[in-house]
Every structure is written in C-alpha cells, then in structure tokens.
Design a protein around this ligand. Structure first.
Ligand code: NOJ
Length: 753
C-alpha cells in the first residue's frame, strides 16, 4: 500500500490544530456565556449555585437538624440551589430539574450528583478488589459502564473515585480505594477518571468525576472514621497527594474535601490544600464540593465558632459548594454584604460550578440526560455484565493453594458448600452499591450449580448477621445462635471437599464501619474450626471489604481464595476460579496483617536505625509477632508458576533515565497472567526513603513455557521525591532496582547515578 509519511504527518498536524482550535473556541464560548450569566445573577442566586441538598429519597449522611430542610423544594424554585444529590432515575431527575428550570428566574439547571462507586445498576467489584486486578483497562471500562448506566438514569456527576491511600485496614473505607500504594493509586485514579468522564463530557453517556477526600482522610488515627490525621510533610506529599494530583492532571472535573482535620486544620477549611496546592500549583479549574455537612462540622472540630464563621472559613479556603450544611445559603450573602467575604470569591466559585454544568451540556439541554428510552436500553447491557464478570474474575486473589487442591475437578466430586455467605445474594453487592436492587448478586451456590458434573450439598452453618442490614445502620452480628452448625458438620463429614464461604457482610465495611478486631465476625471462626475437625480438605473463600486477620486459617486451611465483594457477577466469577476456567491473576494492593497490633502495616515502610535481627532485644521488632505481614502487597498465586531471569539495568548519567529489562517465563503447565512489578530503593537521601517503592508494573499473559521480555523505562521523576518543604527533588546517588511477582520476591540490581 502506498503510504506517504509526510502527507500523513501533515494530516495529523491539521487534526491536532483543528482539535486545539475547537477546544479553545469551546472554552471561549463557555467563558463568554458564563460571564454573561454571572452578570445577570443576584448575589442570592450566585450563592444558590454553591448550595447542594440531598433529596428526601435517600440519605448518605446524618440529615441536619435544620428548619431549612423543609424548604428545599421552594429554594430550588427560587434559584437558591445549584445541585442535588441522591435523586436517581430519569423520572425523578426530570421532575427535580423542572422545579429549577421552569420556576427559577434564570432557569439555571441543577447538576445531579450520586455515589456511583462501583457500578450503578450492574455492580462491579468494590474498588479495593478492582485494584487487585492491576488491570487498568478493565478498571477504566468498569467506570465507563458505571457512567453509562448512571447517565442513562439522569445523573451527571459521581462522587468517585475515592483516591485516599490507606495503610489501616481498621478503617472501613479502604474498600472504596485502591490500597496502600501511591503509584498504583495514581494509575487507578487516572483510569477511573477517564472511564467516568470519557473524552467528551457533553456526551449523554459520560459524567463528571470527583476525586475525594482531599486530603488525608485515609490516615484517620487508629483507623476510626472521621478521626484526626496528623502527619508530616513527607507523607503528605509523597504518599497521600500523588493520586489527587494525578486525578487533577487527568482532568477530573471536581474534588471533594474531607471530614478530617489535618495537622490541626479541618480539610474543609484548609486554604493550603485547596487554594495554594489544588487551585494554585496544580492549576485545577473545576470546583470543590464539601463533604456531607463538613462545613458545619468545623464547629465541633473547634475551628469555627458558628455557622457564619464556618461559611466564611470554608469559602475563603476554597470550598466552592456546600453539601448539606446549609451555611452557604444562609450566611454567604450577608457575609458579602457586610464586607467579610469578597464577592470575587463567590464569582470564582460560581464560575467553576457553571463551567462544569456547561461542559456537561446542561445549558444546551437541561434534560440532556433524561431520556426514558435510553434509560431502558442502556441499563443491564450484555457487554456491561460481561465486563463486570471479567473484572470480578480478575479481582480474585489466590492466597494459598497447598498440594494444588485447586482447581477442583469438574466431575465426580461431592462438595460441601458451607457458610453464611455461600448462598448470599445481597452481601456480595458490597457497600456503596449504586442503585442496585437488593439480593441480585449471583451467589456462590448459584455459580457452582452451573457446573453440573459434581454434587453440591449446601448448608449455611450459621447466620452472619441478625436483623436488618442496611447502609445507614450498624450491622448486628450473630454471636449466639449455633443451631445450624451440626447440620453443616454432618454434610462436611460425608463430602470429598468443603468449600467454606466466610467473611464480612457487604455492609460491614465502608463509611462509619471501622473495626478494632479484623477477624471472621461472629461464629464463623468456630464454624471453620469445627468443620476442619471433621474434614481437612477445605477451600476457604473469603468475602470481605478489607484485609482480615486470619492466622489460624493460614496455618490450617490448605486453599484460601480472596474474593472480596465482587458485585453482581460474584458467584459466577468465584465458580470459574474454583474450577480453573479462570486462572487467578489478582495481587493484593493492601498488606494483610498477622495481627491488628501491626497496623499500620505497609510494604513501603522506612528501614529504621535498627532493622537487623539480633540476639539482644535492641532492634526494631515485636516480642510476640513478626514484623512481616501475613500476605504482602503485590502478592497473589496462580495455578501456574512464573520465573524471573536476566535482569538487565542500563542507566544513563546524562539523561538520568534507566531502562530495566527482565525475562518472565511461565514455568508451569497452564496459561496464566502475571503482574510484573518494578520497585526501586533510594539508599541515601536528604530525607530517608522507603525500603521499596513501586514504580511500574505490567500484566502479561503467558502460555506454558512461553517467555516474554518486559521493558520498563524510568525517568528522573521516578527517582525524585518531595522534601520536607514540599519541593520535588532529584538527588543522585545509589539506587536498587527490584523486579518480581510481589513486594517480597524479586531480582535486584544496584547502580549509581
Ligand atoms: C459522605 C461521604 O464521605 C462521601 O464520600 C459521599 O460522597 C457523600 N457522603 C455523599 O454521599
């Protein structure tokens, strides 16, 4: 085929400049339109845009004890509300939009926010599980489908991704994040922002994303939700902020600040975070929404004296929209009129909010997302279900498989399927489950029954919960009723293999669900030990939203499968792993502690001055427990095995660029996928550096015996870090490069810049 390179290049240049021209002229049009609109707005209408209410249908936080709440609809009609959350479905969204557009003086459309965290109707794995897939394309696709279903239901803004790094499994919200590592967390943040927002925000199937919770919410002391975060500059800049910065760079349209105080200042009222860093140094042009009531909560924090003071602090600090505190709508206009708040701050916030509405296409058509036909057609599409199943399989982590007890034979097996989560159709949907109908997940029993060659006998054994389970109330765990145990034990005695499905209920993790003991809740440990006493051939399938502490299981149970809360396709994904139709490829993104006393535990820790074991006590250790986690970051087994060889590292002192090559071989007898992980260590620096830092990874699929050379290129920025004044610095010196299949096994090469 004739191919003229120069014509091709010219065409590319023309396309590039046309796109640039289109986006510049779009920005100019939007600016002109918005400036014109702002000029027409009264002060009250401007403040109205900065006010966000929750609907009466759903609450995802404590409803404020405020008379104002009774007048929400009147306020929407009067143009005193800019956004609502927790309204869903085209019918409801349209009705609410009509209140604003048909009644308010300027007819400015509302923006509709919702927590679309891991799917809307079709539920994908909880984000922590998704991150264990290390498959950025699949993660992006999952967000893409979530946006498709949510936008078809009238929504145009999700409060996701949560990009909080956390090292503390006691904190229930680790289920919503991508684990403990800032590099992986940044890559996942980018993938999810791209998935939600697509390439054209005005398309009917894309929604604005929201990077939250800015910042340090995941560093709540002792893992207790909403608790204080007190951390140093290095941890803030090197660990916590990178995923936020990556999301901002990827073009995320909104940020949410957070409930916690950080070093004495509530994040909602922190001008350094929001004005200096985010809107200043990072050049973020979207808007910042407060978290639920977090402006008001600056009062109990002891930072604001009353609502007026709280509104003033928040707006000065860069919070553009007030979620459910009511203080902006009540006090901001007076504050401006009294000369206590500069009108320019209000105009800036309003401009940011209106720009996102403009980009979403809401000024062209406020009912842009409200199409019942589309709602029907785009909900539960087949390819969305297929993507949810694919990601559910990829999120599963094989933690143990002694004597290759897995995969199970497909014929002539008599299986005892036991446990309170074995036939659960609700719990696997997890917390923050969008608008899914309850009890719609495929259970493990249903998934296993698809394989007809074996006989499966099911018994619950014990109940996990007592009474109602819900997102907004504490879950009651069964600690007394043992009546089902005997039946389960009898079944286990008669069967060749036991599949035991245990863990946390889906509502036992997420917001407000911190735990101090990370065991198998209720009577599950007792059930497991009793079953073990009669049949040792056990496969333990864990369903949980955070790392659990399971030393007994690790010591006794031959096979352990980490299956999280995998969403709608849960049972199908688990069955396909148990039977070997899918070879597990997930790797942990949070360390599993041996014991809660080790928390916070994370792979990228510092070395300390006394790292080496000695026969005296004077080294950094516990007297009663090892320093190592039970299962480390990056760990996960496969039904095949991989070997690493021929590590080659070429460094250039001119460009400070390093090329790392390694050969990976599938040394087993099944096709499998491996996550090849690259870590570095900066041996000496002006601020001590972690013993290992992830700087790259690649997931490869290999046939038995197949080899592949993997190449990573590291640049100066990969060897740089933030110093204690928040400056990004490169310090030449000695470095180690480590490549392997987990943060604990690797080939190493040392070099010097
Ligand atoms: C509070 C949570 O912290 C936040 O993540 C969520 O988006 C809002 N509530 C709205 O539901």
């Amino acid at each position: 085929m004739y191919f003229n390179k120069s014509i091709f290049q010219t065409k590319l240049i023309i396309i590039f400049f046309s796109l640039l021209y289109a986006s510049v002229s779009f920005a100019k049009d939007s600016e002109k339109f918005i400036n014109g609109l702002i000029q027409k707005m009264t002060l009250e209408e401007k403040v109205g845009q900065m006010n966000q209410y929750s609907s009466f249908f759903d609450v995802t936080g404590p409803p404020p004890n405020d008379d104002n709440a009774k007048h929400k609809y009147d306020q929407i009609r009067s143009g005193l509300v800019g956004s609502v959350l927790n309204v869903k479905g085209v019918k409801e969204v349209r009705a609410m939009q009509e209140l604003a557009v048909n009644n308010s003086r300027l007819g400015i459309p509302l923006i509709f926010g919702f927590d679309v965290i891991h799917g809307y109707k079709t539920i994908t794995p909880i984000p922590l599980a998704e991150s264990a897939s290390w498959d950025l394309k699949a993660i992006e696709l999952s967000a893409r489908f979530a946006a498709t279903e949510a936008s078809a239901a009238g929504l145009n803004w999700t409060f996701a991704p949560m990009v909080d790094i956390s090292r503390d499994a006691r904190w229930g919200r680790v289920m919503e994040g991508a684990g403990e590592d800032p590099y992986l967390g940044s890559q996942v943040a980018i993938a999810r922002v791209k998935g939600f927002q697509g390439t054209d925000l005005s398309a009917t199937n894309t929604i604005a994303a929201c990077a939250k919770h800015f910042a340090a919410y995941g560093f709540a002391e002792a893992g207790r939700d909403y608790n204080t975060a007190d951390i140093g500059t290095s941890t803030l800049h090197n660990i916590i902020l990178p995923p936020f910065k990556a999301a901002a760079k990827a073009g995320v349209k909104t940020f949410m600040n957070s409930f916690n105080e950080l070093n004495g200042i509530p994040a909602t009222g922190d001008p350094y975070l929001q004005r200096e860093l985010l809107k200043g140094a990072w050049g973020f042009s979207g808007f910042v929404v407060s978290d639920w009531g977090s402006i008001d909560q600056m009062i109990p924090h002891g930072f604001a004296e009353d609502g007026v003071h709280a509104a003033k602090i928040a707006v000065h600090s860069g919070s553009d929209m007030d979620m459910e505190s009511y203080h902006y709508v009540k006090h901001l206009a007076n504050l401006v009129n009294d000369g206590k708040v500069d009108i320019q701050l209000i105009d800036d916030a309003v401009k940011r909010i209106l720009t996102v509405k403009y980009e979403l296409g809401l000024f062209d058509d406020p009912y842009h997302y409200c199409n019942e036909k589309r709602e029907k057609e785009l909900t539960f599409q087949e390819d969305c279900t297929a993507a949810a199943l694919d990601l559910a399989k990829k999120s599963i982590v094989l933690l143990k498989n002694d004597n290759n007890i897995l995969p199970l034979a497909k014929k002539n097996l008599h299986i005892a399927l036991i446990g309170p989560l074995a036939n659960e159709k609700n719990s696997p949907l997890g917390s923050w489950r969008g608008a899914v109908d309850a009890n719609t997940a495929i259970s493990v029993l249903e998934g296993m029954e698809e394989y007809k060659g074996n006989k499966v006998n099911y018994s619950k054994g014990v109940d996990l919960t007592v009474g109602e389970t819900s997102f907004i109330r504490e879950i009651n765990i069964n600690e007394t009723v043992r009546t089902g145990m005997d039946g389960a034990i009898e079944i286990a005695k008669k069967c060749g293999v036991v599949v035991l499905v245990l863990g946390e209920h889906g509502f036992q993790t997420a917001e407000g669900r911190s735990r101090t003991v990370l065991d198998l809740p209720g009577l599950q440990q007792e059930l497991m030990e009793k079953i073990y006493a009669v049949n040792k051939n056990i496969v333990l399938v864990l369903m949980n939203g955070r790392p659990l502490v399971i030393p007994w299981a690790d010591e006794h149970i031959p096979a352990i499968v980490e299956a999280w809360h995998l969403g709608s396709q849960s049972g199908n994904a688990i069955a396909s792993v148990l039977y070997g139709d899918y070879n597990p490829s997930g790797k942990l993104t949070m360390s599993f502690p041996r014991n809660e006393g080790q928390i916070p535990i994370y792979y990228n820790h510092k070395n300390t001055g006394r790292p080496d074991p000695s026969d005296m006590v004077f080294w950094s250790h516990y007297s009663d427990e090892s320093n190592d986690p039970l299962y480390p970051f990056g760990y996960g087994l496969s039904y095949t095995s991989f070997t690493y060889s021929d590590l080659d590292v070429q460094s250039s002192n001119e460009t400070n660029q390093v090329t790392v090559r390694v050969t990976v071989t599938n040394s087993g007898d099944k096709f499998g996928e491996e996550v090849v992980q690259l870590y570095i260590r900066d041996l000496f620096a002006s601020i001590t550096r972690p013993v290992k830092e992830l700087k790259g990874f690649e997931k490869v699929g290999l046939e038995p015996g197949q080899q592949k050379d993997i190449t990573f290129v590291l640049r100066e920025a990969d060897f740089s870090f933030y110093d204690n004044r928040g400056r990004f610095v490169f310090e030449p010196g000695e470095f180690d490069v480590m490549v392997g299949g987990s943060s604990k096994e690797w080939l190493k090469y040392s070099f010097e810049f």
